[in-house]
Design a protein. Structure first.
Length: 50
């Protein structure tokens, strides 16, 4: 098994929406970003770069 190092960033956001019934509802979204440096790239990429 190969082990690589990367940077993980997690973003979250809350927002409010008003429904058709007039009721207000709160939603939360999350996004996770993983950055892997090229020298730490352990995944095999079969594509050929031009």
């Amino acid at each position: 098994m190969k082990i690589g190092h990367g940077i993980v960033k997690k973003y979250s956001r809350e927002y409010h929406r008003t429904l058709k019934t007039g009721e207000k509802k709160k939603y939360t979204t999350e996004q996770i970003q993983i950055t892997v440096p090229k020298n730490e790239d352990i995944y095999s990429n079969k594509e050929k770069l031009k």
